[in-house]
Every structure is written in C-alpha cells, then in structure tokens.
Design a binder for this molecule. Structure first.
Ligand code: PHE
Length: 335
C-alpha cells in the first residue's frame, strides 16, 4: 500500500474511533514499534538512494500528522467535543423507573411490623381445594358459613381461595408449634366492581400458636398493628363476631382517622371502620392436626380497605386500573 492510501485509511479509522481504547489500539497498530507506518519508515533504507529523501520526508510527515491527530482525538473524547449530537447544556432526563403499588407498600409495611414481633412470612396457592379453603377450617359441606363467601369454582372442583386462612392449615401440616406466621396474598369472591367491592382483593393472615396464648395477646397484637399503621393516637375497639375456625371470634374496629369518631363519608357516618377479623383458633382444628395441647390466635385483614382509609382513596377500582397519575402519587422515586 502506498503511503497516501495508508494515511487516508488511518485518518478515517481515527475519525470513527469512539473510545480512548480504540484510539490507543490504532496508535499501536500504525505508529507502535511494530506498527505499519513504522515498518514503512524502516524499509526506506532499502530504497534506491535517490528515492530515499523524498520517501523519508513523506513518511515522517505522515507519522507526525497521525501522531497529532491521535493526540487531538484523545483530547476530544476526554472532553466529549467529538459528539456533536450531544448538547451538554440540556437538562438531564431521569430514567423512567417503576415504583411500588400502594397495596404492595402497605403490605410490606404490615409485614415489617410483624417481622419485628418475630413472625415469619409464608405464602400459599391462590388456587385451592375445598378441603383447605373450608373443610379443614372447621367448615364442612353444607355448613351455613360457606354462604358467607361467594366462591369462584374451577371446572375441576378446585376454587379460587376466598381468604388467606387456608395457609394456616398448610403451615400447621408442615411445621409443628410453637409458631408465628403471617401470610399476604390475593383472594377472590364473586362480587361485581363498585367503589367499595372488587372480585379480587388482598388479605394478610396471621397465626400465633403456642401454649397459654390468650385473647389479651390477640388484642394487644392487633392494637399495636393499628397504631403502627394509623399513628399512636388511633383508638381500637373489639366486638364479638363469628368465624367457623375461631372460638371465640372478634373483630377489630378503629376509630375513623378522618373524623375522629364524629362520623363522615369515609366511615359512612359510623365513626369507626372495621379492619380485622380474628379469634382464638378453634380447638377442633388444632386437635385434628394433633396439636391438642397448644392454643393460639388467628386474624385476617383485607388490606385494600385499610389502604383506602390510610391513603384517603374513595374507589377500590383505582387499585386495578394501572393509571399512572394515581400510582405515581405513591411512587417515592418522585418522577
Ligand atoms: N378469613 C376470615 C375472612 O376472610 C378472616 C379471619 C382470619 C377471621 C383468621 C378469623 C381468623 O373473613
């Protein structure tokens, strides 16, 4: 190759180079000890004497020019001047990262509260059998309590779990007490969407089995939960209730954090909001699993309603519509 074309080739390659490493390897390839231009320079001595001065001059000139070009290119890359499409004076654009859904934020917050109290987090399947969803929970076929849950059945006889309570049974089958678990997850009931109903919702189940557990332990635990979510001034009240798998059963209501008990649209003028269903685990359940000498409590809460109260959301459907304007209000990356 003649010197002129070699020069053009190197010039082009330097222009195209986009990184310091690339420029450096070009320098080595052409101007290094064994570089192509260096070889040309060395071979000049073999030329006929009358050609030597001209060729030598040309080769040296090219060597200096390319050396200069490489130096400049390196400077340009270092200062970014070589990228005309980049306007460094423009304000930066943040990458569009996603944030957590408000239900996930609340679920994590509640999980943290219980983890601090020594609970472990476990999960169970959303497609369940009648056995785990009802029968093992002291709710045999034809038990009127089954009507409390309008159930989605699958063709094969299985069902979409109507609550997270089946996880109590699945856990107790695998692990013997004493134990403390909570279990967050999706549940399903036949319901049409309206501002306060949804065919799918999220519950968190809790179970504490040991010896000598009392209703007072249950009330204390749930009161602490309410205060951690709604602030230490929130008032809790407990009323008798009914669930086939707990005896006695109770429900916890919290004083409406908006009107402080006076009655407003959020609490439907009741002054209080129902939050958690709970009770002492029915002895039938513990006995049938072989844990007759233990006792304990269980509770279950729908966190959609709790989130609506905590974040002042008036329509449950907002949780499912994936509207960015709504979701971004909870996004702590503040896009
Ligand atoms: N599983 C009950 C429900 O969905 C709540 C509950 C859980 C009640 C555990 C008592 C004990 O309504």
């Amino acid at each position: 190759m003649d010197l002129e074309s070699l020069g053009k080739e190197v010039q082009l390659a330097i222009q195209k180079a986009a990184s310091l490493d690339e420029v450096e390897s070009l320098r080595i390839k052409y101007l290094g000890k064994k570089g192509e231009l260096t070889k040309v320079l060395h071979s000049i001595g073999k030329l006929p004497a009358n050609e030597r001065p001209k060729a030598g001059k040309l080769a040296n000139k090219l060597k200096n020019e390319l050396g200069e070009l490489i130096k400049e290119k390196k400077e340009e890359i270092k200062t970014h001047k070589s990228l005309p499409w980049e306007d460094l004076s423009l304000p930066g654009r943040r990458p569009n990262v996603g944030g957590l859904h408000p239900l996930s934020i609340l679920s994590h917050e509640i999980q943290e509260i219980f983890i601090k109290m020594g609970f472990s987090v476990v999960t169970g399947p959303e497609i369940e059998t009648e056995y785990y969803n009802f029968t093992a929970l002291n709710t045999p076929k034809d038990h009127p309590a089954r009507d409390m849950h309008d159930t989605f059945y699958l063709k094969d006889g299985r069902l979409l779990r109507t609550h997270t309570s089946p996880v109590q049974i699945r856990t107790l089958e695998k692990h013997s007490p004493p134990l403390r678990i909570i279990s967050p997850g999706r549940c399903y009931r036949v319901d049409t969407f309206d501002p306060i109903h949804s065919p799918t919702f999220t519950q968190i189940e809790g179970l504490w089995i040991d010896k000598n557990i009392s209703m007072a332990d249950l009330f204390g635990t749930l009161d602490l939960l309410a205060k951690s979510i709604f602030g230490k001034d929130v008032k809790t009240e407990f009323f008798p209730s009914y669930f086939p798998f707990t005896e006695p059963s109770a429900e916890m209501w919290i004083q409406c954090p908006f009107c402080k008990g006076k009655g407003c649209s959020v609490c439907k003028r009741r002054g209080r909001i129902e939050t958690v269903g709970a009770g002492m685990v029915h002895p039938n359940i513990l006995e049938s699993l072989g844990y007759g000498e233990f006792n304990g409590f269980a509770f279950g809460m729908g966190i959609d309603r709790i989130a609506m109260t905590k974040y002042d959301i008036d329509d449950i459907r907002l949780f499912f519509q994936n509207e960015l304007q709504f979701l971004r209000q909870f996004d702590d990356s503040k896009l």
